[in-house]
Design a protein around this ligand. Structure first.
Ligand code: TYM
Length: 335
């Protein structure tokens, strides 16, 4: 049997629910790609520690994130779906890689620069600075061929490639050098109230965020209240009509239709009709995902069992890479 190429991706358990940007920008692609690839999907709880967290809430968010992966169609019998902290090799490889990362190189990461300027140096922890190195460890442990992510993660995958190449040239071929698969621009979803900012789990206001686990009626209301413009024409124009364009992108992504066909359907009709139709599409898509996720969450012991079995599978691959790395860098083997 020819083995399938490897795929790796992950999400932070940084909220009780994923938002529609995570769904369209990541989960939908993951679901499609899991057939052709030997896929590893993690809930990156160690990364989430870079933000202040209540311990009990973090545990709950971790389970909820995993449940939403499964509810959205990631199959734990086909793909390896696990919690990052269950596989100890992640933190260990991150340490080794951090000794090979330049201070300036890490400081150039734009997500770090954004976050540290938002919170100020005193409130910025060192984990936020080394965050991309842990992400590189995630990817490199699994000899990953492709990393499907939104464009906000592109620079981190580039750093991962640089670290893999640096390690390989210093110690001999050890890591597969991964290729980022960046979702096209239309896969980036913006906030419904602030349609020039990316929709985010950590948005200050919840009014423009569509949560996968929200009551369907709540999501419908948010769509009806979404910011538009005064032109009254349903047409795609990111510059002039960011609100309507964002909703067209969501509509097209969830229905698999092309944007011009949707524009035609709503020609001569107002925003009210368009929003009502979009609300129906969203409710129809999210309703079953939400129900399935809540069902899974009603039996946390079974969910934990699935995650443990998958972590054991991840451990095997990760341990093999880490042992090779330890030997190559000259750590004395414990006999
Ligand atoms: P995170 O948790 O911020 O986001 C998870 C995934 O969702 C995508 N995404 C979006 N796509 C479209 N529109 C949006 N509004 C939107 N918001 C988020 C992100 O691009 C991402 O693909 N550092 C990563 C997690 C991570 C990781 C990894 C990813 C840790 N280790 C290894 C890949 C491989 C993060 O914070 O993603």
């Amino acid at each position: 049997m020819v083995s399938k190429p490897r795929l790796y991706s992950g999400m932070q358990p940084s909220a009780d629910s994923l938002q529609i940007g995570n769904y369209i920008g990541a989960l939908m692609q993951w679901r499609d790609l899991q057939e052709a690839y030997d896929a590893f999907f993690s809930v990156v709880d160690l990364h989430a520690l870079t933000q202040p967290n209540d311990p009990a809430e973090l545990r709950e968010k971790t389970r909820r994130t995993a449940a939403q992966y499964i509810a959205a169609g990631i199959e734990p019998s086909k793909s390896t779906l696990y919690v990052q902290s269950h596989v100890r090799a992640h933190a260990e490889l991150a340490w080794i890689l951090s000794t090979m990362t330049g201070f300036g190189e890490a400081g150039r990461m734009t997500q770090f620069k954004d976050k540290s300027s938002r919170y100020g140096t005193d409130a910025t922890n060192v984990g936020l600075f080394t965050y991309p190195i842990l992400m590189a460890a995630d990817i490199l442990l699994y000899q990953t061929d492709i990393v499907p992510v939104g464009d906000d993660q592109k620079q981190h995958v580039e750093l991962t490639r640089d670290l893999a190449e640096r390690f390989n040239s210093r110690f001999g071929k050890t890591f597969q050098v991964p290729t980022p698969v960046i979702q096209k621009e239309t896969a980036r979803i913006y906030d419904l109230q602030n349609p020039t900012s990316k929709m985010s789990k950590s948005a200050e206001s919840d009014a423009g965020v569509l949560w996968l686990l929200d009551e369907p009626s709540k999501s419908a209301k948010k769509i009806m209240r979404a910011v538009t413009d005064s032109e009254g024409v349903v047409r795609f124009d990111r510059e002039q009509k960011p609100g309507v364009s964002n909703m067209l992108v969501i509509f097209a992504a969830l229905t698999g239709r092309q944007i011009p066909a949707i524009e035609d359907e709503f020609a001569g009709r107002g925003y009210g009709d368009f929003k009502k139709a979009l609300a129906e599409v969203v409710v129809e898509e999210f309703g079953p995902v939400r129900e399935r996720a809540l069902e899974l969450l009603a039996d946390p012991a079974e969910l934990d069992r699935v995650l443990a079995a998958n972590a054991a599978r991840a451990d095997e691959v990760a341990d093999a890479t880490l042992s090779d790395v330890y030997a190559k860098v000259g750590l004395l083997r414990r006999v």
